[in-house]
Write a protein that binds this ligand. Structure first.
Ligand code: ADP
Ligand code: MG
Length: 249
């Protein structure tokens, strides 16, 4: 959208720290995410997972260290945060679709109003992404007429309409009924197959094992362990990882 050719790592954290008042929520975070890589972030509640991924699109600002997203750091000029957000899509636990807009209008709102994409082109793009998540036949419905899984798939399609280079997911299936969980994880696995760079906070360890290139395990604001899934699940290196896995597996 601003014509920059994007090469190099998707995300680089170097000794990033974040406090909330006296509470040290991120401690010396070092993490490099390659283009196309799939990272699953796991760890106990309150360990800093949401804070970590919210730093990537600057919903939370790091207070020290260096963070670059697609080669752009927030301090690289006045519009740097906007340029970062142009490249990063995010999907939360609670599908934040606009309730008063149809699925299709949810998907075209930002492209048309923020990016001045012609309406017909935005609609065509939206229908293409809705088809990818199996929602093309629901395009005219309102969020309240959809199941939780359908809403979450629509929210993913809406993010994809912005043509992000990186997708962040923060517990995207935690609020869903068990039947919907699988359909949303399926859409995420397809997205992963298509080559998207993904950073996913989830407790779905089956998904993590199948889709992740690396697992990032956090505890008390630190990254305790980073390992490929087979190593992490079969041979965790840290006592804290072992204790966590005993509880979730
Ligand atoms: P997780 O996602 O792993 O459950 P979070 O990143 O949400 O953990 O939170 C880590 C810690 O930081 C928690 O103790 C939480 O209460 C605190 N925290 C997160 N966001 C804020 C905020 N905006 N203001 C104050 N404290 C916060
Ligand atoms: Mg969280």
């Amino acid at each position: 959208m601003d014509g920059v050719t994007d090469t190099g790592p998707a995300v680089v954290f170097e000794r990033v720290n974040r406090h909330f008042g006296a509470y040290h929520a991120l401690r010396d975070i070092d993490l490099t995410v390659a283009r196309g890589e799939k990272i699953v972030v796991c760890g106990p509640s309150g360990s800093g997972k949401s804070t970590l991924i919210r730093c990537i699109n600057h919903l939370v600002a790091p207070q020290s260290g260096r963070l670059a997203v697609c080669g752009i750091a927030a301090r690289d000029g006045r519009d740097a945060v906007r340029r970062i957000r142009d490249r990063v899509g995010m999907c939360f636990q609670h599908f934040n679709l606009y309730p008063h807009l149809s699925v299709l209008d949810n998907c075209t709102l930002s492209p048309v109003h923020t990016y001045r994409v012609p309406r017909a082109k935005a609609r065509a793009t939206a229908l293409e992404y809705l088809a990818r998540v199996g929602m093309e036949d629901q395009a005219g419905k309102y969020p309240a007429q959809l199941s939780g899984g359908q809403q979450q798939r629509a929210a993913i399609a809406r993010s994809l309409c912005m043509k992000p280079q990186i997708m962040l997911f923060d517990e995207p299936t935690s609020a869903l009924d068990p039947e919907s969980v699988g359909e949303v994880l399926g859409v995420m696995a397809d997205l992963s197959q298509a080559g998207m760079t993904m950073i996913v906070v989830t407790h779905e360890m089956g998904f993590a094992r199948e889709v992740a290139d690396r697992i990032v395990f956090m505890d008390a604001g630190r990254i305790v362990e980073i390992a490929p899934p087979d190593d992490f699940f079969d041979n965790p290196q840290h006592e804290r990882s072992r204790r966590f896995l005993e509880r979730v597996a």
